[in-house]
Ligand binder design. Structure first.
Ligand code: SF4
Ligand code: FE
Length: 479
């Protein structure tokens, strides 16, 4: 396994084509907009080397018997599913933000399970190819970004009826030695600082959509692949002198990119689905279930930091002893533990897939994510309520450092004795940034928008069966 420093060095050996704010970046990993996200992902590597966290951060590969990072490990038991959630909460607490590696992890598990089923039904050899690929990922501890979301064009039309056929990533050419893909994926978390991109379809596909049914692994610096790193609220702050007003030296959310595939050639040994669209729906459902459960881990960890920051700020304000303040902090605890409990629950109720790995309970997992779309806003509201108007009006760090007004600002923004004004400012900036539009919208739409969860929830809830149970209890005869 690599440590954080080795991970950063391994990135620097790569030559991806990255754009940000209209410029091609020669050294993307050192750019102030991207560096915080590199730093956050590096924490996942450093924690894996810490013996204190070995149980959560590492696992024994069932492929090789070697100790591997849990971020490259298949969920080989219920215990693995539960430990993943615990791991995500831990790293969420260590970084206070999104650490990006879980999308690739869930992608690996989804591809493992689906390739097995395609091979069994069709006599292909995708699973053996993927096994080999995964062994290498584990051995080299490479970071993969899962790229599922297509740009989608006109959402009332399926991929193959779009006026522009490139609105979903597709195979444009089949060669004897591989395939050529074209299209764009967007909102891709951690892509810019990953070694590899796992391209996956975003929806189930009938035979007419076969060209859109493609799973493959693309190196980040593959010819024809361009990444455009997205903007976020407050992102100019990263490029100011010092990061103070960012509130965190780790990134705010996951550092998302849009990926442009301009006829990228992918050799056969990196292709894990090429036309078998009838399996794409299972891939998406499983991936989503795993990833939606995650949000009860990582967001609980992030919210722990927000709760901690809000608590200290209440101390600084001198309001902490007020019973109403305590009740509001308790409400945050309730919201955080509710999402965590359901993430653990969805893992505990996992079932084994034919390929051997374990899937979380999809109804519970989707419920986790549905709650996250609401609870993170409520947690943010409570933090804003307790933090006060300063969260939106505090002067900049540059003003506090200014020789003429800085001293006066420091004097007048002082809080309770024993706390420096600078500490109060840090707390305000952290809460401000970590409840910003970027964070909240990520909680809303990351791992799928709320309606996507409701579709699964309704399907999984089995209303006819509930009606049958009700009839039995109430005494209504079956018609
Ligand atoms: Fe992982 Fe959470 Fe970030 Fe998704 S939002 S990649 S689950 S840390
Ligand atoms: Fe996310």
């Amino acid at each position: 396994m690599m440590n954080g420093k080795q991970y950063v060095e391994s990135l620097k050996a790569l030559r991806p084509r990255v754009y940000y704010q209209g410029e091609k970046l020669d050294a993307p990993y050192d750019h102030p907009a991207i560096l915080p996200h590199v730093k956050t992902a590096a924490v996942t590597y450093d924690l894996a080397g810490d013996p204190k966290h070995a149980d959560l951060m590492t696992a024994t590969s069932h492929l090789t018997g070697e100790t591997v990072s849990r971020f490259t490990h298949l969920f080989w038991s219920v215990d693995d599913l539960v430990r993943k959630i615990e791991m995500l909460r831990l790293i969420g607490q260590e970084t206070g933000t999104c650490f990006q590696r879980c999308v690739g992890l869930d992608g690996i598990n989804a591809i493992w399970s689906v390739t097995y089923e395609i091979d069994r039904a069709k006599g292909t050899d995708y699973h053996a190819r993927f096994r080999k690929y995964l062994e290498r990922l584990q051995r080299e501890d490479r970071m993969t970004a899962g790229a599922m979301t297509d740009v989608k064009g006109d959402r009332s039309l399926p991929p193959w009826q779009q006026p522009d056929p490139d609105m979903y990533v597709r195979i444009v050419e089949r060669r004897p030695d591989g395939v050529v893909i074209r299209g764009a994926k967007t909102h891709i978390t951690g892509a810019v600082n990953s070694h590899e991109i796992l391209v996956m379809p975003t929806l189930g596909l009938p035979p007419e959509g076969a060209d859109y049914a493609v799973i493959c692994a693309v190196p980040i610096d593959a010819p024809g692949l361009t990444l455009v790193f997205g903007r976020q609220t407050n992102d100019e702050r990263k490029e100011e002198g010092g990061m103070f007003d960012c509130g965190t030296s780790f990134g705010v959310v996951g550092g998302e990119s849009t990926l442009l595939f301009e006829d990228v050639f992918v050799p056969h040994d990196r292709v894990f689905m090429a036309g078998e669209g009838e399996f794409a729906g299972s891939l998406v459902d499983r991936f989503s279930a795993w990833h939606r459960a995650n949000y009860g881990g990582c967001k609980a960890g992030n919210a722990d930091i927000l709760l901690g920051a809000t608590t200290i700020l209440a101390e600084v304000h001198g309001t902490i002893k007020n019973s109403i303040v305590k009740d509001k902090l308790t409400e945050i605890v309730h919201l955080v533990e509710t999402i965590y409990a359901s993430a653990v629950g969805s893992s505990a109720m996992g079932t084994q897939l034919p390929a051997g790995n374990w899937l979380v309970d999809p109804l519970l997992a989707n419920t986790v994510k549905q709650n996250v779309t609401r609870f993170l806003y409520q947690i943010g509201r409570l933090a804003h309520d307790l933090g006060g108007g300063l969260l939106s009006t505090l002067p900049s760090d540059a003003d506090f450092r200014n020789g003429e007004v800085g001293g006066l600002l420091t004097k007048y923004f002082a809080g309770k004795q024993g706390f420096a004004t600078e500490e109060k400012r840090k707390l305000c900036r952290y809460i401000e940034n970590m409840t910003s539009v970027a964070t909240l919208v990520e909680a809303m739409h990351g791992a799928g928008s709320p309606q996507a969860q409701r579709i699964v929830m309704l399907r999984q809830a089995n209303l006819p069966e509930k009606a049958r149970m009700a009839k039995k209890v109430i005494g209504i005869s079956e018609k």
